[in-house]
Write a protein that binds this ligand. Structure first.
Ligand SMILES: Nc1ncnc2c1ncn2[C@@H]1O[C@H](COP(=O)(O)OP(=O)(O)O)[C@@H](O)[C@H]1O
Ligand SMILES: [Mg+2]
Length: 436
């Protein structure tokens, strides 16, 4: 832990305010300033080894500055190869140049946390709404949302650049109809024109698309290759320099983080997470420097953290489904069948006031949770030709359930937190399970 700075004179540290001041002004021995620098959401000013991709994206989007509609663009590459960061940077650069003109609007959505075509269109539409009265509510028909969206787009006018990040997850969940609708929309707009920038972590994403959608979306295509260990070192050195005080990162730290991450598909996110955790390990040890040993400790912790982060970023219904699976599994300690899982999902969703999704969508979510490595589903025969899937949980329940229960979405149906000696284990007991 950092050593707290002495409290300022006249500011008694016994008062809450004094304590808060002391904590806020306490200096970390390792960090130069904000820790945000090592977070995924931080867009660094330089993206080494992505100069070529930045140029390509900028060239494709540049016609918008002249008022022309850019081609649709598909960016694809494995996770952590800088796709989101590059698009964010080009967006910033373009916006800097268009501050005075309003004919370009950017909308960036992460499809990873959007459940349905309805909520996708609603979110896009509402990003153009000027006031509360214009916003599209839930409960309309899909057609009505579409025409509402067109109206809002035309009211905005000009060139609309729509970034659909992690679009592969949307298509895996809900098919590609929605992309067809979006890629067609220019024929029905009067005043605005839309260009789509799709970002996919799945390299084979376009194989799953209908030919018409594929050719529309694929007008331009850019592959982001994985980083090798030396490239990751450059990326980490930049970030370490920005994040840490001089001389606190021992030789070998950056190299080791880069080497581990290079083995994991050249994932810059993984490399940064290792560096961030290594710093936390060092702080926990009250160390004045980060050593390669801290990186080893960080690597062991990371697997767990990745699982928890992954659960946190699931879309709402998928979270509820995962929680239903964990609950059933915890009770039974062996495989659960998809039918039972669907029933408990539906019960939870209803208790949360959510309209449960159809079994078909839930079945897609089961596949998605499987491809994320959180569960395993095996097909089992059940006599008379019936087949179903049996689900086994692949994550540590004791950590994953509390992580989900911290989520405001799940909290109302979560287990009550143990208070003193009292520990309720009957999860179906509504008396102890929130306001329902
Ligand atoms: N070339 C780079 N230089 C600096 N940081 C990078 C670079 N590529 C990726 N990053 C960082 O790594 C993390 C993951 O990158 P991101 O763009 O989210 O990857 P992707 O979208 O391909 O999964 C982000 O924190 C990002 O800032
Ligand atoms: Mg991304």
């Amino acid at each position: 832990m950092p050593v707290p700075a002495p409290s300022a004179p006249g500011n008694p540290s016994s008062s809450t305010e004094g304590i808060l001041d002391t904590i806020l002004s306490s200096k970390s021995e390792l960090f130069r300033g904000s820790r945000e620098v090592l977070r995924d959401s931080y867009v660094p000013s330089r993206l080494p080894h992505r100069e070529q991709q930045i140029r390509q994206v900028a060239e494709i989007l540049a016609p918008s500055l002249r008022g022309d509609l850019p081609s649709n663009l598909l960016i694809y590459g494995k996770i952590g190869t800088g796709k989101t960061a590059v698009v964010a940077q080009v967006r910033q650069d373009l916006q800097r140049r268009t501050e005075l003109s309003s004919h370009i609007s950017f909308v960036t959505l992460n499809c990873g946390n959007i459940d349905t075509p309805y909520s996708l269109l609603q979110t896009i539409a509402n990003s153009f709404a000027k006031n509360e009265a214009d916003r599209i509510p839930t409960g309309w028909s899909l057609d009505r949302v579409q025409s509402g969206m067109r109206r809002l787009m035309d009211a905005k006018g000009g060139i609309l650049l729509l970034v659909l990040d992690e679009v592969d997850r949307l298509v895996a969940r809900s098919g590609d109809n929605i992309l067809y609708t979006l890629s067609q929309i220019n024929t029905e707009l009067d005043n605005a024109r839309l260009s789509i920038i799709g970002i996919s972590n799945d390299l084979k994403f376009t194989n799953h698309l209908d030919a018409r959608v594929r050719s529309r979306l694929n007008e331009e295509k850019i592959l982001f290759p994985p980083y090798d260990a030396t490239q990751l070192q450059d990326i980490l050195r930049d970030r370490a320099h920005e994040a840490f005080r001089d001389g606190v990162v021992d030789p070998g730290v950056v190299e080791r983080c880069a080497a581990y991450a290079a083995l994991e598909n050249g994932d810059a996110r993984r490399a940064l997470a290792l560096l961030r955790l290594a710093a936390e390990m060092a702080e926990r040890d009250h160390a004045k420097r980060i050593t390669p040993d801290h990186v080893v400790k960080a690597k062991n912790r990371l697997e767990q953290d990745i699982i928890i982060d992954c659960c946190r970023t699931l879309p709402p219904h998928c979270k509820v489904l995962l929680y239903a699976i964990l609950q059933s599994f915890e009770r039974r300690r062996n495989g659960v069948l998809t039918g039972e899982v669907y029933d408990s999902y539906r019960r939870l969703a209803e208790r949360l006031g959510l309209q449960p999704l159809h079994a078909r969508s839930i079945s897609n979510y089961v596949s998605e949770l499987e491809s994320l490595g959180l569960i395993r589903a095996t097909i089992v025969s059940r006599g008379r030709g019936g087949r179903t899937r049996e689900i086994i949980v692949d994550v540590p329940i004791s950590e994953t359930m509390p992580a989900l229960e911290e989520d405001p979405l799940i909290a109302p149906v979560g287990r009550p937190k143990p208070r003193g000696q009292m520990l309720l284990t009957n999860f179906d007991n509504p008396a102890g399970a929130g306001p329902f």
